[in-house]
Write a protein that binds this ligand. Sequence first.
Ligand SMILES: NC(=O)c1ccc[n+]([C@@H]2O[C@H](COP(=O)([O-])OP(=O)(O)OC[C@H]3O[C@@H](n4cnc5c(N)ncnc54)[C@H](OP(=O)(O)O)[C@@H]3O)[C@@H](O)[C@H]2O)c1
Length: 506
Amino acid sequence: MNTKTLERLYNNPHEKNIDGNFQFILFGGTGDLAHNKIMPAFYNLVEKDILPQHFTLLATGRRYSSKKEYLDAIYDSLNSKKKEVDNRVWQVLSDNIEYFELNFKDDNDFMKLKKYFADQSKNNKIYNRIFYMATAPEFFGEIAEKLKKFDLLNVGFEDNDSKLVIEKPFGHDLKSAEKLNNTLTNIFQEKNIYRIDHYLGKEMIQNIMVIRLSNPIFRSLWNTGEIDNIQIYINESEGVKDRGKYYDDAGVIKDMFQNHMLQILSLITMEEPDDLSSKSISTRKVEVLKELSKIDIESIDEHIVRGQYIFNKYGDDEIKAYQDEKNIPDDSETATFIALKLFLDNERWNDVPIYLKSGKRLKKKEAGIAVEFNHDFHNSYSENSEVQSNLLKIMIQPDEGVSLRFNTRKPGSNNKIVPVEMEFCHSAHQLFNSPENYEGLIHDMIEGDKTLFTSWEEVYYSWKFIDKFQTKCNNEDLKLYKYPALSKGPEAADELLKNDDRIWWD
Ligand SMILES: NC(=O)c1ccc[n+]([C@@H]2O[C@H](COP(=O)([O-])OP(=O)(O)OC[C@H]3O[C@@H](n4cnc5c(N)ncnc54)[C@H](OP(=O)(O)O)[C@@H]3O)[C@@H](O)[C@H]2O)c1
């Protein structure tokens, strides 16, 4: 990797300023995502002077009837998140926000939007138009079709160059994902479709490639001869909250594995990309996902642990069972927990078990990756029972950082060996400020950098694997273990590793 490439990796891309007037149309601008993620991200981008003085952030919705009402609601939600909203920043942001009452079902509203675009482009040249779907997935295709039908893509803007941003989930299985993709690619060019997996915006996910590839000590050992096993875990302590209806169909498999878990897995195990372009990185990720899609599911069914949380008392708090949550059928068999072991059948990873685990209502909210190096080496110390394997941990959340365990001589002892841990943790040391995930993603979609977004091929092969996996898990022979809410999950997940003489490192 050349110095220029490394420089690009280390430079915080979010410090680049954005030039040119852009129009950001936020469908679902009144919803939860807009209030809690998108608007705070825009606030931060304005605060850092990254956005131009004039841009348009056009939020659509039904629930407010005036711009003033909308701005008041946004101000209140920003205020509840920040210690204090800075008036200068708010002034710039609110000057650039427009509110547009629009019902997705009403064709007239789209005609009015077209007129608005035409009026706006009379006075200002638009350099960049971005349509962001912060809405329920069933509207994604419908909105896109109306944008085409009412000719909203080209008003005052270069033909067929509008961008489209799609929130997750992208389909609920391969068939529906293909259908949605066909609809969208009939309207937008693939290069202009940005599929969000907000995990890719997380600081430590972006750091995976830097850690792997810019450090010869890891780069040269990143293979089956040197690594004993890899673990990826996303443990959530929350239940399903108000998302019961969605969750009971998705379960942990579609909610976590289809996107975040498989994305992390592909970044950790992919071959080195030719360069750092989004295309080269995606090509390498697709190779891994393709490999996964070929796995014979029957060969791993003994290595899958499914679970669902049940009632528990935690101090004075009573934690509901999954089946008692809002909008969940009381005989639901949906898995809220999955642990599994799999292998990638390629030269680099042959024989290295990869353990994946994710669940809801687990004791500790924590996401990370553990790479355990081989312990089975031969030298003068290999018989010494105090010597432990080297362990690289990449902490994704809530702490962000890296730790490395290695063996050292205990000072002053008679050659006693102790493992020590070297740790670098952003949140603890505040070495640099971790931006909101959405801040970086919004910056990149405006700038046209697709590195942190998933390509159609990635989505396609992820679904190919997940469809097979889901079918296997729906099979009634595969036991559904019940685990108490806020516990560490089913015992069987520990057994999975114990049988291999290993333990989870989360
Ligand atoms: N919330 C999160 O943290 C989060 C995280 C990751 C991904 N996502 C994804 O982001 C998307 C949005 O989620 P959300 O939580 O923000 O949903 P939400 O709170 O239910 O918001 C839905 C938005 O859609 C609008 N809407 C619904 N029906 C409409 C219609 N017929 N015409 C016009 N507008 C309509 C609502 O506007 P009005 O109510 O004003 O009509 C509202 O702005 C979903 O795909 C979700 O999976 C959300």
